[in-house]
Design a protein around this ligand. Structure first.
Ligand code: HEC
Length: 198
């Protein structure tokens, strides 16, 4: 039986069990070891609740995808601010981060008249805004036409002038959100309500 190497003077104290002839000193675990263990438990709870229970941020490939989409959104927003055109608005309409921002602007400003479904009059006669999901357009269906209609409005018909209220960035996002219901290259038809009466 060998003495406790840390305290050569004291009689070594052993725990009662023996496995395969191996006996264990009855000693407290060192503090650094305990703190590492408790720290790992606290880290585990924080990590697991962040990523798994509350799903604050997606992990792995989905997290990378989200980060890339955000970078792309920032680049597109910068392009759109410098040079807004049909192409950049279509690209924005395919970026989920921008579409999500546009959706928020739409929810808080546009649904009284166009409804949350964007189908307006088509869904309910009480809504005064036209359907923004069909292929008929009163003021043109190109992205820049939508942008102009929203910015300038059609005050005599009840469509407010949003330019001074929302500003260019939020309007381009709202237009991208409307465009996300459409496909580039789809037919754009003239709304029958603006054709001359037969
Ligand atoms: C107070 C009611 C009202 C609100 C709020 C409203 N609109 Fe409109 N909107 C209309 C009406 C009415 C028209 C049709 C104008 C016309 O007949 O010329 C219209 C037309 C449009 C058009 C053109 C549709 C076409 O066929 O050419 C777009 C795009 C549009 N709105 C987007 C928006 C967006 C985006 C918002 C929120 C930022 C919004 N609208 C908020 C009433 C509204």
């Amino acid at each position: 039986m060998s003495a406790d190497p840390n305290h050569p003077q004291s009689e070594p104290e052993f725990r009662p069990h023996t496995y395969d002839g191996i006996r264990e000193f009855n000693k407290r675990l060192p503090n650094w070891w305990l703190f590492t263990l408790y720290g790992a438990i606290v880290f585990w709870i924080a990590y697991w609740s962040y990523y798994e229970w509350f799903r604050v941020e997606p992990e792995g490939p989905a997290g990378i995808q989200l980060a890339m989409t955000r970078i792309e959104a920032a680049k597109l927003a910068a392009t759109a601010a410098a040079n807004l055109n049909d192409k950049s608005l279509w690209e924005m309409s395919r970026n989920p981060v921008i579409v999500e921002e546009g959706s928020k602007t739409f929810q808080s400003n546009c649904i009284p008249c166009h409804l949350a479904s964007l189908r307006g009059k088509h869904e309910s006669p009480a809504a005064i805004g036209p359907d923004l999901t069909d292929q008929y357009w009163i003021h043109g269906g190109n992205p820049l036409d939508l942008y102009r209609t929203v910015t300038e409005g059609v005050p005599i018909k009840g469509m407010p002038t949003w330019g001074p209220v929302l500003g260019a960035r939020r309007i381009s996002e709202a237009v991208a959100f409307v465009l996300s219901y459409h496909k580039e290259g789809e037919p754009m038809l003239v709304d029958p309500s603006v054709l001359p009466a037969k």
